[in-house]
Design a protein around this ligand. Sequence first.
Ligand code: CUA
Length: 225
Amino acid sequence: MSTWANLGLQDSASPLMEQLIFFHDHALLILVMITVLVGYLMFMLFFNNYVNRFLLHGQLIEMIWTILPAIILLFIAFPSLRLLYLLDEINEPSVTLKSIGHQWYWSYEYSDFNNIEFDSYMIPTNELSPDGFRLLDVDNRIVLPMNSQIRILVTAADVIHSWTIPALGVKVDGTPGRLNQTNFFMNRPGLFYGQCSEICGANHSFMPIVIESVPTNYFIKWISN
Ligand code: CUA
């Protein structure tokens, strides 16, 4: 969960989010190098008094500053494509969770286990316990096993919603009439918070998502209850 003054990405809880953070840092490094170089050149031009009276063309320099940025872009494009296809990879999931977006709550179905289903509403501020997180805690949390591949199927019943958990690197739109799929692997236990991130209506900010990541035996105990 994000806390005060955390402007960067959250700590990852899944291998894919780890890769996303690596890619972010890589892209940012290239961005800083370009900004410094161009900034330096522009700054130095202010103090340049020389004028080249015979300058009409510069074939060589134009070749350089056309091809060089193209090569730099490849260094971003290839890792980006690698990640894009890695995010879509499904590795024999052991649990499937279906989440359906409604105005304005999520409902969940564990289709593998006797079709367990429940709604998950945000806890209103006036009913919040002192240790609860405002606008982020829900009455019924999703419980999922850590160290297992989990498949998420996302859809919606009314308008477009988006099932988003920053710490897991998951963000999938729930669209009425369509079933979107994603997957993740939680490599540590804990509570992972998320919010709907598709502008879905007046109470859009009041449909948070909470995942309880637990050891597998605890999950089996919970699901068989
Ligand atoms: Cu649902 Cu925004």
